[in-house]
Design a binder for this molecule. Structure first.
Ligand code: ADP
Length: 218
């Protein structure tokens, strides 16, 4: 389903979000005060406009209240990011996601109603650390401080065995959500499903259990 998004601030982060959403076929309104950046993004958005997102009238005339989802990706200018978030929430935008620079910024936008606060450098750093320590981990998503979803490569040890035989849930307390095999993705594989070496297992669980499965099970 096509969705409507507005991305405010077209730096590295906002720019990537904008381009990716547009390439996925969604409608994206791209906003920045910098004319060069806006011109650059006319190719990667449905509409790209020069506007100051801390100006309530400017936001109103862009019809921002009709967008269900707005991403505030104003970088260093924390004051502008806060003011913009406040205006968007006052205009009743349902989902306002904000890129935060630091914990102070996080706290303030949380208080004024940001629906999700993103720390791209921090989050990416955490993910990269997980890839670094294990050659088996392909991807890592933190659900909470204790629970995660990881993508692990199936080793020869588990090859040609069914999920039931491996008994991963009972032995390790983890659940296989899906298996990627080349282009194919098997969602909720049945217990009779056979695993092959180099399959990518998408596994959810407590971090300690996931670690145990990765170290001992694979
Ligand atoms: P990143 O760290 O993601 O690269 P930048 O600081 O480079 O972020 O980019 C932030 C963008 O936000 C810049 O292109 C800047 O022009 C834009 N910006 C800053 N203030 C406003 C504002 N009030 N309204 C709209 N865009 C803004």
């Amino acid at each position: 389903m096509k969705k409507q998004f507005a991305v405010i601030g077209l730096g590295r982060f906002g720019g990537s979000v904008c381009r990716e959403l547009y390439q996925m076929g969604h409608e994206v309104l791209a906003i920045d005060t910098n004319e060069d950046r806006v011109n650059n993004f006319s190719r990667y958005s449905t509409h790209a406009v020069v506007a100051n997102a801390t100006d309530e009238n400017a936001l109103q005339s862009l019809g921002i209240r009709n967008f269900e989802h707005v991403i505030v990706a104003i970088g260093d200018n924390i004051q502008a990011s806060i003011l913009c978030t406040l205006l968007l929430k006052e205009l009743n935008v349902k989902q306002v996601w904000v890129k935060a620079q630091n914990q102070y910024h996080h706290k303030v936008v949380e208080k004024i109603g940001a629906d999700r606060i993103i720390h791209p450098e921090h989050d990416m750093g955490v993910r990269i650390a997980h890839y670094l320590v294990s050659e088996k981990i392909i991807d890592y998503i933190e659900l909470s401080p204790e629970f995660s979803i990881v993508e692990l490569i199936a080793s020869r040890k588990v090859s040609y065995q069914t999920i039931a035989k491996l008994d991963i849930r009972a032995k390790y307390g983890c659940t296989i959500l899906g298996i990627k095999r080349g282009e194919e993705v098997i969602i909720s594989p049945p217990p009779t499903h056979e695993i092959f070496e180099n399959d990518i297992l998408i596994v959810i669980g407590h971090n300690n259990d996931l670690k145990r499965f990765e170290d001992e099970g694979l």
